[in-house]
Write a protein that binds this ligand. Structure first.
Ligand code: ADP
Length: 384
């Protein structure tokens, strides 16, 4: 039986400095063995540095990284059991696909029969069997990318580390490759760490997303929780497209004051806001959750239509709410520019954050977490 530490990764107080740049600050994270984790964040937030520190390609400045329960700060890359795939992979141009894939095993003198059987399985898994004897120059970009993946997969390493491996592929191939990666993980159950700045890739591939900014964790949770219960404004705006609407709202006497308008919070949210003891709030609601009508509604505020954007499958309607901009998604049936509309703020779908530091004030116990079986039953009925 495997111990609970098997193939885990634990970061404790990890810091990394490059001369004057503090790339990672006091970083804590526990990744369980076999978990599929995404390191997500804008360019320069420290994702690649973290991955390279796991691989042993980058020294850490402070703290401890443990793998399978043992500190690895001084363990060289070759002894950490990692297989890596980079954005800019290089295949050997003079070797066939099969030779490229098996190169590492041959260099480590793995037995011929073992190499042959792993090669056949890996070629089959990545649909490369018909191309085994071709040279890289005789392959398409997508096929070359699969060879780079195959070269890592064939190692059967307990840790599978991927740094933006799909960035060079076109949109269609990326879609296909995302499914391929999940399939590989489901077959081999490696501890799978995937770096990307693309929120869609993160949401579709990840079992857990670790969202970073300036070398610090903003939130680490399942895609559903990151989308439905963002811990702070940065997380709320990073996930989802168009981004979540965030407007100033001052809380007093059970009401939110939004410019000259007031919005009476339902009881469950009033309790939450009273506990927060911070009257200066942001109100957040996603464009896909903003329902509007030309008739007054319960739980509504008023806005004026500014203009529309066409996205192919939907329209984005931009609105002015007391000098603040909001956007709502609509399938059709668009109002005219300049029209006044009522915007329903479904109590089940709103978010409140402190203006002082952007952190969430939390969610009422009455709203079940995303992914909970109760969610469907209570959707839309969250009002008091
Ligand atoms: P990401 O992968 O999220 O784009 P990186 O981990 O590559 O971010 O970089 C994090 C920060 O560290 C950035 O500010 C970057 O400029 C800096 N950095 C990364 N590598 C080096 C290096 N070798 N020398 C100096 N600074 C570096």
């Amino acid at each position: 039986m495997q111990s609970e530490n098997a193939n885990s990764i634990v970061f404790e107080h990890v810091g990394k400095r490059y001369n004057k740049t503090e790339a990672i600050r006091d970083f804590h994270l526990t990744i369980s063995g076999g978990e599929r984790v995404i390191l997500l964040g804008p360019s320069g937030c420290g994702k690649s540095t973290l991955l390279r520190m796991i691989a042993g390609l980058e020294e850490i400045t402070s703290g401890t990284i443990s793998m399978a329960g043992k500190p690895v700060n001084h363990v060289p890359c070759g002894e950490r059991g990692v297989a890596m795939v980079f954005q800019n992979y290089a295949l050997y141009p003079h070797m066939t696909v099969a030779e490229n894939i098996t190169y590492g095993l041959r260099a480590h003198h793995v037995e011929k029969e073992e190499i042959a059987s792993r090669l056949a399985e890996t070629l089959d898994m990545l649909q490369l069997t018909p191309y085994a004897k071709r040279l890289p120059k005789e392959l398409s970009g997508g096929q070359r990318q699969r060879v780079a993946l195959a070269r890592a997969v064939i190692k059967r390493s307990p840790y599978f580390l991927l740094d933006e491996p799909l960035s060079n592929l076109d949109a269609q191939l990326r879609l296909h490759a995302r499914k391929e990666l999940v399939k590989i993980h489901e077959q081999y159950h490696q501890t799978f760490i995937y770096v990307t700045h693309d929120q869609i890739e993160a949401m579709t591939i990840g079992q857990k997303i670790v969202l970073l900014k300036d070398g610090e964790v903003q939130m680490a949770d399942t895609p559903a929780m990151i989308y439905s219960r963002p811990a702070n404004v940065f997380t709320a705006k990073f996930i989802g497209s168009p981004s979540m609407n965030i407007i100033d709202a001052d809380y007093a006497d059970g009401q939110l004051h939004i410019g000259s308008q007031t919005f009476r919070l339902p009881e469950m949210w009033r309790r939450q806001a009273d506990q927060a003891k911070d009257p200066e709030l942001y109100l957040g609601i996603r464009p896909e959750h903003l329902v509007f009508s030309d008739e007054p509604l319960d739980h509504a505020i008023e806005g004026t239509v500014k203009y529309e954007e066409y996205y192919g499958n939907r329209y984005g309607v931009y609105l002015d709410v007391n000098g603040m901009e909001m956007i709502a998604l609509r399938d059709g049936d668009l109002p005219e520019n300049g029209d006044k509309v009522f915007l329903r703020l479904d109590p089940d779908k709103i978010h409140l954050f402190r203006r002082t530091d952007g952190t969430s004030i939390g969610y009422p116990a009455e709203i079940p977490p995303a992914g909970s079986p109760l969610r469907e039953e209570t959707d839309g009925n969250g009002a008091e």
